[in-house]
Design a binder for this molecule. Structure first.
Ligand code: IFM
Length: 457
């Protein structure tokens, strides 16, 4: 890696700060029918004509399942102290209930032990969207039985791996699963029903709370939390209609998840808006959802600009856009973190995902992804800014380690700081990866210098 002498770490970040890279099982593993893995709703969804823009699927993806040791060396080479990954539920318990799959579990044994051997903390996520297909037959997350199946899965994974991982996240981005998967139908399982989506969101939250309780009841000391995708919502104009719509959209994305988790109730304006589609809630559900967490993860990519029509626009201001059409807006991350800290009694937070899709090209073995490098650098500065304003932040993780299967966008959008040639599976560090590694190496040097001067003093 190139000389890091001109890169400095912001002194606000303590030496205990977690610097990581993140991925998820379905997006990188491939090997979808190897060693007894069952099918997931994403395997099924990919078969739906027109569902994935390039008609691709997760069958090979980054072939990470077969390249585990090399990929672990790659992560080690970046100098990060954390790696966030998800367990594929259908790989370890193929039918979602019933027998566990020892070969699948063994893959995560090798992954976790391989990280620990390299001095990297494993951050495990239980559900990054790949629900076992069999559970969808009876309704998936819209069906209350799935809550129990998830709690069993969570308890089993904690029993096996809990003592060796830095934390367990129950769900990644419940809003995406519920809204894009069950209301808009543009993500798996492709359902289009607002009532189902609302019920799915309730079951996701409930299963989170009950999993926390069950894991703790078995004596586990693992740190537990959830990861939400959140954005500041900005009104397109000062008009009363645009402003009112902005409050509602904020309610649906931010308060619908934050209020039950930290206040034990759903926001009344959104409940009123939902009318007959409001969730069916049983006694004790809300208290379970509000079970205290040890940390919270925030995935941040951009803000949203709202007009009365309810459209979520990201391109109003002439600011640069990523290939996803998302505005580059780092100030929004500071704004969001400060708001969460002010409005809710949040535990320490991590930025568990942040990054951008840009049009990369490999030239003479290099990828000069200046836009991504700047995106990441400016968002790290935005985290620093929130910390200066008193927000408790424990870590930052780049999305993503590798270019990978970007859901309905297939392989067309590249988020990796490491380029993947999907024909050959060759990995090439992009300039953003080299910069990130240089920054982390500068940080290590700065901390050891500080330590030396403390010892002298
Ligand atoms: O790739 C996804 C990830 O799986 C969840 N958060 C957003 C990323 C970029 O769209």
């Amino acid at each position: 890696m190139k000389n890091s002498s001109n890169i400095k770490i912001n002194p606000i970040f303590p030496d205990t700060f977690i610097w990581g890279v993140a991925t998820s099982a379905f997006q990188i593993e491939g090997a979808t029918s190897t060693d007894g893995r069952g099918s997931s709703i994403w395997d099924d969804f990919c078969k739906t004509p027109g569902a994935i823009v390039d008609g691709s699927d997760g069958e090979i993806a980054c072939d990470h399942y077969n390249r585990l040791q090399d990929d672990l060396d790659l992560i080690k080479g970046l100098g990060v102290n954390a790696y966030r990954f998800s367990v594929s539920w259908p790989r370890v318990r193929p039918g979602g209930s019933g027998p566990w799959n020892e070969k699948g579990l063994d893959f995560y044994e090798r992954l976790i032990d391989g990280l620990l051997k390299r001095g990297i903390k494993p951050y495990l996520t239980l559900n990054h969207w790949d629900l076992p297909s069999e559970l969808q037959v009876s309704g998936g997350w819209a069906q209350r039985d799935t809550v129990e199946r998830f709690v069993e899965y969570a308890v089993g994974i904690d029993k096996r791996f809990g003592a060796r991982v830095a934390s367990i996240t129950t769900h990644n981005e419940p809003w995406v699963m519920a809204t894009l998967g069950y209301e808009q139908g543009v993500f798996a399982p492709g359902v289009k029903s607002r009532a189902d989506a609302v019920q799915a969101s309730h079951h996701l939250l409930l299963s989170h709370g009950l999993a926390l309780q069950a894991i703790r009841a078995q004596g586990s000391k693992t740190r537990l939390g959830i990861v939400l995708n959140l954005s500041p919502m900005h009104s397109a104009t000062d008009s009363e209609q645009d402003c009112a719509q902005t409050v509602l959209e904020d309610g649906k994305l931010v308060r619908w998840y934050m209020d039950p988790l930290f206040k034990g109730c759903y926001p009344s304006d959104v409940l009123e808006h939902l009318g007959v589609d409001a969730p069916r809630i049983q006694a004790g559900d809300m208290a379970a959802i509000a079970t205290p967490m040890d940390f919270m993860g925030v995935n941040y990519y951009s803000r949203s600009v709202i007009s009365a029509a309810g459209a979520w626009e990201n391109k109003q201001s002439g600011l640069p856009l990523t290939e996803m059409g998302w505005e580059v807006y780092p100030e929004g991350l500071t704004e969001l973190l400060v708001r969460l800290h002010t409005d809710y009694r949040v535990p320490p937070m991590y930025v568990t995902e942040n990054g951008g899709a840009f049009n990369d090209t490999v030239q003479d073995g290099r990828v000069h992804d200046v836009d991504r490098l700047e995106y990441v650098a400016r968002h790290i500065e935005a985290v620093a800014q929130a910390m200066r304003r008193g927000v408790r932040m424990e870590g930052y993780m780049v999305w993503s380690l590798l270019d990978n299967f970007e859901w309905a966008s297939g392989y067309a959008k590249r988020f990796g700081i490491v380029h993947v040639d999907f024909q050959t599976q060759k990995r090439t560090l992009k300039d953003s990866a080299i910069w990130y590694a240089d920054m982390l190496s500068a940080a290590k040097k700065a901390y050891s210098k500080d330590l030396a001067s403390c010892e002298i003093a």
